[in-house]
Design a protein around this ligand. Sequence first.
Ligand code: PLP
Length: 399
Amino acid sequence: MAGFTQLFVPGPTNVPETVRQAMNMPMEDMRAPTYPTFTRGLFEDINKIFRNESGRTFIFPSSGTGAWESAITNTLNPGDRVLMARFGQFSHLWVDMAERLGLDVDVVDVEWGTGVPVEIFADRLAKDKEHRIKAVFVTQNETATGVTSDVAGVRAALDAAKHPALLYVDGVSSVGSIDFRQTEWGVDLAVSGSQKGFMLPPGLGFLSVSQKALDVAKDTTRNNRSNRCYFSFEDMIKANDTGFFPYTPAVQLLRGLRASIDLLLEEGLDNVFQRHARLAEGVRRAVAAWDLKLCAKEPKWYSDTVSAVVVPEGIDSANIVRTAFENYQTSLGGGLSKVAGKVFRIGHLGWVNEVMMCGALSAAEMTLLDCGVKVKPGSGVGAALEYYRESRQPAIAKA
Ligand code: PLP
């Protein structure tokens, strides 16, 4: 096979060359006296990506799932009542973890293809006069269905009910790609991972914590019953405050993280979000031109980081994913759990641009034809490139 294998799964995403090179280094001593000079800047700057203006961000040598566990075990006790919604494989897995860690989970099941039901949450919170609900969980971007939920809306519901519950957000496939404002939206614990918008290999779990949640974790009268060790805030704070880690950190990934944060800040977060919105819209235009539908039921749910495309009756989406890889060296995402066989996913997050997305759409279009889906050759790619040209800012025109 010649040329690059094209990676369009919604994580792990493409790693920019500067990030890859930053990790290509001789091994270093993570206890060297100079190490804190490096880590202090990193701790400060990762907060900027979460727009966390008063708390701190923990960097764990784990995937995002580890950061979920850290968020729960440091701030909640077994038996605590929490409010969650389930509408895809990742929101399901978060519910599953909460239940396995002994929380009393009030699960609101809604249709896959929709997201967090803000009105139902508002109603539950308003009725909870005794404040039995200790935490509200939001999966900001459900990667399995390509659905984005309204985090600010959930904060507004908490405020309207004058409810003191902590707000937890899964931002694994959203932070660093679509708008997220931890302090402004009053998010207490925000989880992410290295392998999506941060454009790094998998291996780092991020947990950005508000001052309120840090205080709750310290309150031993309330929060001393969940077992925690590897993911303990206390151990991490003690070590991080001196510029080190409580155990061996993933040193190369941290150098890569420095480079990826630099890229995000140089481009400017708002520009990064704008780029993702444009790329996503081009993909959506292609899907419409193929006369196919997204799993996301309405525009208000559309995700700017991943599109899950519903395949016609009688077509197996797993076959589409396999064929794209075998025929065109292109990795697309498959359907997970309830939507297995029914959707394929195109990741449009991280280090991507218009031409790369046209490549992904070309592969998807050829594959759809190979698999018997009657799309007009060129229709989807044509719609996308027309949109990319007309929406280019500033337009560069040469006669
Ligand atoms: N949450 C969401 C929304 C995800 O997309 C993923 C992974 O794809 C996870 C959580 C789990 O993260 P990880 O695989 O990094 O543990």
